[in-house]
Design a protein around this ligand. Sequence first.
Ligand code: ZN
Ligand code: ZN
Length: 100
Amino acid sequence: MFDQNKHINATYESVSHMDHYIETVDRMRTDPEKKQREKKSFCKWCYYMSFVGVDDTKPCMACRTDVYGRVKVCTKCAQEHRLCVRCGGDLDMRPRRRKW
Ligand SMILES: [Zn+2]
Ligand SMILES: [Zn+2]
């Protein structure tokens, strides 16, 4: 049986997902929490898409010490080399920076 309310609710749900997505993209563009983001050593993608990924233990990409969480690099290496703790990339998203 056709239930109009189900489709209205589904519509609201999609709109709300879409709004959240647009908001997230906007935040990546404008980087309103830059200070806090850099303090935590996250690149823009990893910071604003923080809801992605699972917690587990693995060796740091740089020094091989075990790290736990949705991270690939330990805090020490991240700060020392200006890396993103989560993806191990450059904190400012410059793949061709002069010094790694
Ligand atoms: Zn490390
Ligand atoms: Zn990252």
